[in-house]
Design a protein around this ligand. Structure first.
Ligand code: HEC
Length: 95
């Protein structure tokens, strides 16, 4: 898939648009629902590809297909920029 560079990602706008996502993916991009993945730490390109695949129906999930449907390419770019701004640190607990 060719990457479109026509959108200038705006993380601030992404924060506003993420209001619809926090109920499942958490205020700080750490999931607040047991069946929803953390969005922290995902690279922008992965995030954009995932949302476009949900939007087109190529990736199927009842909830995310509905959530992604109304998003424009600009919305997706903004959301990706917002979520890419969270840093995720993994720490191994087991020895
Ligand atoms: C009602 C709960 C809910 C809401 C609201 C929601 N999501 Fe999700 N999201 C999920 C679940 C559950 C999955 C896992 C779907 C799957 O298995 O493919 C998911 C998956 C994703 C993924 C793929 C993550 C990965 O690791 O592949 C992205 C990106 C994403 N959501 C972004 C968003 C954005 C952006 C919004 C707001 C516009 C949003 N979601 C709103 C529940 C939700």
């Amino acid at each position: 898939m060719a990457q479109s560079q026509s959108q200038v990602p705006d993380a601030k706008a992404g924060q506003t648009k993420a209001a619809a996502c926090v109920v499942c993916h958490g205020q700080n991009s750490i999931s607040s629902a047991p069946d929803a993945p953390h969005l922290a730490g995902q690279p922008e390109i992965y995030f954009v590809n995932a949302l476009k695949a949900y939007r087109s129906g190529e990736r199927k999930h009842a909830v995310m297909n509905v959530m992604a449907k109304p998003l424009s390419d600009q919305d997706i770019a903004d959301l990706a920029a917002w979520y890419a701004g969270f840093e995720l640190k993994a720490e191994r607990k087991a020895k």
